[in-house]
Design a protein around this ligand. Structure first.
Ligand code: MN
Length: 193
């Protein structure tokens, strides 16, 4: 057999044997030749869970191709899905680390709110607004509640201190994982600047 056509596939992860798990056809790449394709283009994708939950023929959410912006960006999206919640996303290592905050980000100091860690999202998601169709993951409308850049003083496994510069939120925020080293539940609160 001789390779002739190049196509792009998505996958969830790479097995130890270097095979793609859950590969899915995405598109034909008529401008690429098989000789352009090398094994080191396949990398462990942080976006596997994000991609596998969505059908991009149906939702207008971005697929993502890891373009990184100069300053790390944050976004808070108001998401009217089954239950209204606010999604906080912080750019880190080419993706948006994400948390769903059922009651929204606290505006006053020392008010603690639950933040549930969700799958990494592509950087482009920070600009996404729209309606995710019925039957799709996260169906409902998404509006940007606040967006801007942020700084961090420390980003550890269980504690993140960040300083967003948004239209609505500024100052110091702290995220702390509830159970050290495990679990998706965090607390978020506004600290002393
Ligand atoms: Mn959401």
């Amino acid at each position: 057999m001789k390779p002739k056509i190049v196509c792009e596939v998505f996958y969830q992860t790479i097995t130890k044997e270097g095979k793609l798990r859950m590969p899915r056809f995405h598109t034909i790449k008529p401008n690429k030749s098989p000789s352009d394709c090398t094994i080191n283009q396949i990398s462990q994708s942080k976006l596997g869970p994000y991609l596998s939950k969505r059908n991009f023929n149906k939702t207008t959410e971005p697929i993502g191709n890891k373009k990184t912006e100069k300053n790390p960006i944050f976004v808070i999206q108001e998401h009217h899905s089954r239950r209204l919640h606010y999604d906080l996303r912080l750019e880190k290592d080419g993706v948006l680390k994400s948390w769903a905050i059922p009651k929204g980000i606290p505006m006053e100091k020392n008010k603690k709110r639950l933040a549930v860690e969700t799958e990494d999202h592509p950087i482009e998601y920070s600009k996404f607004e729209g309606t995710i169709p019925k039957g799709q993951y996260g169906a409902g409308t998404v509006k940007i509640w606040d967006r801007g850049i942020f700084e961090t003083k420390s980003w550890e496994k269980d504690v993140i201190e960040f300083f967003p510069k948004g239209q609505k939120i500024t100052g110091k925020y702290i995220l702390i994982r509830l159970k050290k080293g495990e679990g998706k539940n965090w607390l978020i609160f506004k600290g002393r600047d």
